[in-house]
Write a protein that binds this ligand. Structure first.
Ligand code: ADP
Ligand code: 5GP
Length: 201
């Protein structure tokens, strides 16, 4: 199962996913490529693959991306190879990507689960973005003005989670993912396997 998490910058997507990964070891972050520089503490190959524009151009030309987009003045993308790597390892890939990426990924994988993370208020969103202390004033303004446009697309997603407390948001997202895994469409042969004498779970 592919899980897409989208929401404005500063809503708490990375913080929330850290908790979900600790709670559910089958989930694994799809590590994107980006042309933005690393923040203090970010690790190449773990948080992102940090690459320059020429390298990004080469990946686009080689058709390496399942989706990519311009976000907040930089480029970000998910490679086919990253998805294949996680699926081959038996993991459920989780994508922390923007609205454009979420739409493109849904075109490629129509049964992906799409969750939009909302802040409790726009004032709290701004406080979180500032409080993180990673962006210039200009970048904070860009990200906040893009937030309104992103939230206008939230109704097209499958689920809305509000990040009031990280504990409750993580419980909600984990519950959504667990329930989605039990959809009949994702387990079409389970009853037949039971009837064939297999012990199922
Ligand atoms: P995103 O990945 O969506 O850009 P982050 O996970 O980096 O957002 O979170 C932005 C900031 O808000 C971080 O400083 C984080 O510690 C803080 N934060 C995230 N969720 C909460 C929450 N529920 N309550 C208070 N602060 C939060
Ligand atoms: P940040 O610079 O704060 O890490 O991320 C900025 C925005 O880019 C976030 O909305 C994040 O979800 C999005 N993003 C990160 N990786 C990708 C990706 O691979 N593709 C797309 N389309 N968006 C991404």
């Amino acid at each position: 199962m592919l899980v897409v998490l989208t929401g404005p910058s500063g809503t708490g997507k990375s913080s929330l996913l850290e908790r979900c990964f600790a709670a559910d070891p089958r989930l694994a972050l799809s590590v994107s490529h980006t042309t933005r520089p690393p923040r203090a503490g970010e690790r190449d190959g773990v948080d992102y693959h940090f690459i320059d524009d020429a390298h990004f151009d080469a990946l686009v030309a080689a058709d390496a991306f399942a989706e990519w987009a311009h976000v907040h003045t930089r480029r970000y993308g998910t490679t086919h190879a990253e998805i294949a790597r996680l699926v081959a390892a038996g993991r459920d890939p989780v994508f922390d990507i923007d609205v454009v990426g979420a739409d493109n990924l849904q075109r490629a994988y129509p049964d992906c689960l799409r969750v939009f993370l909302l802040p409790p208020s726009l004032a709290i969103l701004e406080a979180r973005l500032r409080g993180r202390g990673t962006e210039s004033e200009e970048m904070i303004a860009t990200r906040l003005s893009n937030a309104r446009g992103e939230i206008a697309h939230a109704h097209r997603f499958d689920y809305l989670v509000v990040n009031t407390s990280l504990d409750s948001a993580a419980q909600t997202l984990t519950a959504i993912i667990r329930a989605e895994r039990r959809r009949v469409a994702r387990l079409p042969d389970l009853p037949a396997r039971l009837l064939a004498g297999e012990e199922i779970a």
